[in-house]
Write a protein of this length. Structure first.
Length: 344
């Protein structure tokens, strides 16, 4: 990746999180091609209206290029594009589609670095198998950003994230070379955020599995239980759900991580259990998915944890129960969608 040339970035999944990433990377001087599906027509015409704690209020913002498919992103003026980074920020729904097959048209073997801004455990494994010569990193982000209406992005929380490489054979690249690629992306991301008033920061970790399991302590408990009960985070805490259900479930997830060889400190349980104040009205992503009848990231958040628990013979009865209850909720939502479409 030549530092003298403008870097090419393809962003797949331009929702609340992905669009803010596109803004940041454009500010850093890269050329971003954003792949939009349902929003393509309106955004290509009007752009995004941003209401952002980091980037202010902007009307009609667009990246360098907007396309409707990944196939369209792979070429420009009939010529193939050699992307330096492909950033994936679409939902992880392996029961509905394959991320590997979606991104394949824009991956140049031995060149393109892949960045996963996604939830879940073990999401790197199919990427490494499909693209063994490409550098891979992922991000664990804390950002309050969502799409509102046709073309508005509302960001109420600063864009703080932790990014780290997923070390693998990588076509013979050394660990240091893979780390250097990750550091370059982090440099770009921090450059694009340098004028944000609340000084968000993108930090490096060399142990991404610990960071991902740390987040799943929260995502696998608060996110899932709020979705089942229709309660916001503060309501779950004030109802004693945190002490009676969430912390014991976090303990199961922590035990599973340790059994899988992930050096997650036990203090992470208390840190995540009490991260949000009891008066919080925050509605996690899975609860919002239930509100709008959208698919939930159940398999990569809890399904993958349970696979690891089974592989390591780690008891996880609470986690298994919550998973099965959410599968029932998922089935109910699918049936309702079929009724709405007149297919039953």
């Amino acid at each position: 990746m030549g530092s003298q040339e403008q870097l090419n970035v393809c962003l797949i999944g331009s929702g609340g999180v992905g669009t803010i990433a596109a803004v940041v990377l454009e500010k850093a001087g890269t050329k971003v091609t954003a792949v939009l599906r349902s929003k393509y027509a309106v955004v290509s015409e009007k752009g995004w209206d941003l209401e952002s704690v980091d980037h202010g209020n902007v009307k009609g913002w667009k990246p360098t290029r907007v396309v409707s498919t990944v196939t369209d992103a792979a070429t420009e003026d009939g010529k193939p594009i050699k992307y330096d980074f492909v950033v994936v920020s679409m939902k992880q729904l392996p029961d509905l589609y394959s991320i590997v097959e979606i991104i394949r048209p824009v991956i140049t073997p031995s060149h393109t670095a892949i960045v996963l801004i996604q939830n879940g455990i073990d999401i790197e494994l199919p990427i490494i198998e499909a693209f063994p010569t490409n550098p891979l990193m992922s991000s664990v982000s804390i950002i309050g950003s969502k799409t509102v209406g046709d073309n508005t992005i509302v960001q109420i929380g600063t864009d703080n994230s932790t990014i780290g490489p997923h070390f693998h054979e990588c076509g013979g690249r050394s660990r240091e070379e893979q780390l250097a690629t990750t550091k370059e992306f982090i440099r770009l991301y921090n450059l694009g955020m340098k004028d944000a008033p609340k000084k968000p920061v993108c930090t490096l970790t060399e142990d991404m599995p610990v960071a991902r399991w740390h987040k799943v302590l929260w995502n696998g408990t608060f996110n899932t239980i709020c979705a089942i009960n229709g309660m916001d985070v503060g309501q779950v805490c004030r109802s004693e759900g945190r002490d009676k259900l969430l912390i014991p479930m976090m303990k199961e997830i922590w035990n599973t991580a340790r059994a899988a060889g992930v050096d997650l400190p036990e203090s992470a349980i208390q840190a995540q259990a009490f991260r949000v104040p009891d008066n919080s009205t925050f509605r996690p992503s899975m609860l919002i998915d239930v509100d709008y009848g959208r698919p939930m990231e159940l398999e990569v958040i809890l399904g993958s944890v349970l696979k690891r628990a089974e592989q390591t013979s780690t008891p996880a009865p609470i986690t298994k129960t919550i998973y099965e209850l959410l599968k029932m909720r998922k089935w109910e939502m699918q049936q309702a969608a079929l009724v709405d479409k007149g297919n039953l």
